[in-house]
Every structure is written in structure tokens, then in C-alpha cells.
Design a binder for this molecule. Structure first.
Ligand SMILES: [Mg+2]
Length: 411
């Protein structure tokens, strides 16, 4: 393959797709399932197939089919209930590997991602090398197969990844995208529903090559932007850029200005508790936990910060509040305060496994889960620790670099 070809591609987009992801994981973990037709359902009672192994697909079994119906087509079909926690953990592992290859990543679903390699030309010899590097790393780390497509736009890269399944690498030179797509049904394009397909068929468009025979305005007036996008996709000219996923938050914090020279112990504790609950709540909303906290208190001389490391990663408000009290026990009884700040440093995605090991944490998580769902439904802090009852009349302080989502902008 002539590697130098890539240098004049305007854009280099890669699509990575894990093959029969959930089923492959189950086959990997249970030798009795290896090489057998396996269907994954939601729970033991689940009747609908959410995905199945390649061996099952050979019998014509598809996602969405009822298990009872599938069993008629393939009597040896094995039912396996899904294990979302396991899949999520493996998925974040894989996405971590991809993020190391290029920070320009769009996580498309639990088992699919796009990478934009346009800015990595000088780092890697060629996108083909990158593809095999990724496949090796994924295989080594989680022992699962994936298919990779490389082209000049998202839609064609996704189409390319589908061409060789499982375990393939397919390159479509952007200059050839239009002619390669031309003979494939429009249904092969991601986003073409049955409804859109019938509309296109009605207008004489069956394969992608037919698309240039109708004006873009026909699709635009019927389907708006999606219509325009499909018209371009069929000709290998998808203009969509990657929706870059925000890198993990560096810190999550909340602060509050207090009444000047506040000395009332009860009020001070209330404010610290309130900030702790807010930080904890935002970590939970984003599925984060942390084991490093910085608690700041401003007294007349200026800020005093204390850094605190906990034994386990936490995101429970009361645990953070306890840290605040521990950090400032001596100071609080001596000085009046002006402002407080509670910050969780380097929060990481929740480690689900730990829940099984630590019963105490598991109980707190259950409680937080119930409280969070009630508050989400009925309003912030509708359910709250008793200490926080009654109004706090000074404003919260949020630094300008916070995003509305609560993540600090990364550099
Ligand atoms: Mg897949």
C-alpha cells in the first residue's frame, strides 16, 4: 500500500467498531460459549435479543428479534443475560486506549468511536499503522476484536469499518469514496431509516450513485439538515466534524462568600456542609468520585488551604463534610471567616467493582441514588441533610472557567 497517499488527504477520519461487543465479551469469559451461537438479552427474563454472536448471526438472528422466535431458527441458541456494568468498564478501557492515540475523539456509542487523525500526520507513519496499533492494544488489554474503517469523512469511515467484519481494516481513499459508495444501497448509510429510504426510492434513488440525480433541496425541504447530510454522505462528502468529547474534569468545586467575619459555628458548619453536598452531588451527576480534596477557608489574613487524601475514592456529601471539619477544627473556633471553597481534585469515573467489595460504601451509594433521583424530579436540595434546612442568603461562588455542565475547561 502506498502510504504517502495519505499526505494529500484533506482529512483523515477513522471509525473503530467493536465486533458483536457484548456477545464477544461473554464468549471471551466463558469457554463454553466460545464458537457457539449466543444471544444476549436484558436479564434472564428478557425476551428481546439486544445483540448476538457471529455464530448466531449466521442463522439469520438479528438484534431486536424475540428469543423464542430466534430459537426456532437456531435450536442450539444459548441465552445469556446482559451484564451492563462489565460492558461499561471494558468500554471505558477501550476508549482510554483510543484517547491515547488521538485526543480528537468522538465516542459514538458504548462500542464505537471516531478518531480524527488529521493533526497526527507527523506522529504516526500512516493511518494503517495506527489501525493495527489500536487493534493490538485493544487485543492485549481486553482481548476483543474490532473492525476499523479509514477515509476522509465520518460517514465513509463508518461505512468502511462495516465492510470487513469481524476484525478487518478497510481504507477508502476520499477521491474514490463517491465511486465506491455508488453501487451500495442508500440503506447502508448510517441514519437512513426505512422512512427516508422509501422517500428516496420514490424519487428514484436506490443506490448511493443515484443521489446526484436529485437536487439536495428535495431532501432538505422534507428532512431539513439530516436530509442535506444524507445527500452529501451518499457522495462521500459528509461534512460533519467530530463532536469532541470533553476530557475528564480536572476538578469539581463549589465556594461561598459568607457574612463578613462569620463566627457562628453552627452557620459555618452549615455552609461547609452545603458546599460538600453540592460538590458530591455534581460528582455523582457525572459519575465521578475522588480521593483528594482541597478545602479553603478565607480568614482576615487571607486564604488557608488544606489538602486531604482519603483512603477510598468517595462522592458522598457527609464524608466530604467530615473532611472539612477535620481540616479546620482548630481554625474554626479561633477565627471569623469570609469565604469557603470545597474542591475535589482529579475526579475519576466511578469504579463500579468497588461497590461489591465495600458494603458501607454500597449503602451510601444506594441512599445517594434515591436522594438524587427525588431531587432531580422535585428540585435541587428538596431532600437534604437536616443541618441545611433554612436559607443561606449569601451567593455561591463559581469561577468563570466553569462550564454549565460543571466541568472545568481543560487546556
Ligand atoms: Mg459494534
Amino acid at each position: 500500500m502506498d502510504v504517502s497517499n495519505f499526505s494529500n488527504w484533506p482529512k483523515i477520519i477513522m471509525h473503530i467498531d467493536m465486533n458483536a461487543f457484548f456477545a464477544s465479551i461473554e464468549q471471551r469469559d466463558d469457554p463454553l460459549l466460545s464458537g457457539k451461537p449466543v444471544a444476549i438479552t436484558n436479564g434472564q427474563k428478557g425476551s428481546c435479543i439486544i445483540t448476538c454472536s457471529y455464530e448466531a448471526r449466521a442463522f439469520g438472528i438479528k438484534t431486536g428479534m424475540r428469543f423464542s422466535e430466534a430459537k426456532i431458527k437456531c435450536p442450539s441458541l444459548i441465552k445469556k443475560s446482559s451484564n451492563p456494568k462489565k460492558y461499561t468498564k471494558i468500554s471505558s478501557n477501550i476508549m482510554g486506549i483510543l484517547r491515547d492515540v488521538s485526543p480528537d475523539i468522538e465516542i459514538f456509542s458504548i462500542d464505537e468511536a471516531f478518531l480524527d487523525l488529521t493533526n497526527c500526520r507527523k506522529i504516526y507513519a500512516s493511518p494503517v499503522n495506527v489501525a493495527y496499533l489500536i487493534k493490538d492494544r485493544i487485543l492485549k488489554s481486553v482481548n476483543l476484536p474490532c473492525s476499523i474503517g479509514i477515509s476522509g469523512d465520518k460517514s465513509t469511515a463508518k461505512f468502511a469499518a462495516k465492510m470487513r467484519k469481524p476484525d478487518g481494516v478497510t481504507i477508502i481513499n476520499p477521491r474514490e469514496s463517491e465511486s465506491i459508495l455508488a453501487n451500495y444501497s442508500v440503506k447502508e448509510l448510517c441514519g437512513v431509516s426505512n422512512g427516508i429510504q422509501s422517500f428516496l426510492n420514490y424519487h428514484g434513488v436506490f443506490v448511493c450513485g443515484d443521489m446526484k440525480n436529485i437536487p439536495i433541496s428535495i431532501l432538505a425541504s422534507r428532512f431539513g439538515n439530516i436530509g442535506r447530510k444524507i445527500w452529501l454522505m451518499a457522495q462521500g462528502k459528509d461534512i460533519d466534524t467530530l463532536k469532541l468529547n470533553a476530557s475528564p474534569a480536572k476538578s469539581i468545586g463549589h465556594g461561598k462568600v459568607t457574612a463578613p467575619n462569620l463566627r457562628n459555628q453552627y452557620d459555618i458548619k452549615k455552609i461547609l456542609h452545603y458546599m460538600s453536598e453540592k460538590v458530591a452531588r455534581r460528582m455523582r451527576d457525572n459519575n465521578f468520585e475522588s480521593n483528594i480534596f482541597i478545602i479553603g477557608i478565607k480568614i482576615y489574613k487571607g486564604w488557608i488551604h488544606k489538602r486531604f487524601k482519603t483512603e477510598y475514592h468517595i462522592n458522598h456529601g457527609r464524608d466530604i463534610f467530615k473532611i472539612c471539619l477535620k481540616a479546620f477544627k482548630s481554625i474554626l473556633s479561633v477565627h471569623g471567616i469570609y469565604q469557603v471553597q470545597v474542591t475535589a481534585i482529579s475526579p475519576r469515573p466511578i469504579n463500579i467493582q468497588k461497590d461489591f467489595l465495600l458494603d458501607d460504601i454500597s449503602k451510601k451509594k444506594k441512599l445517594d441514588h434515591v436522594v438524587d433521583s427525588i431531587n432531580r424530579k422535585f428540585g435541587d436540595f428538596r431532600l437534604q441533610p437536616a443541618r441545611l434546612l433554612g436559607k443561606l442568603d449569601t451567593p455561591d461562588v463559581i469561577s468563570p472557567s466553569w462550564r454549565p455542565t460543571g466541568f472545568k475547561r481543560s487546556v
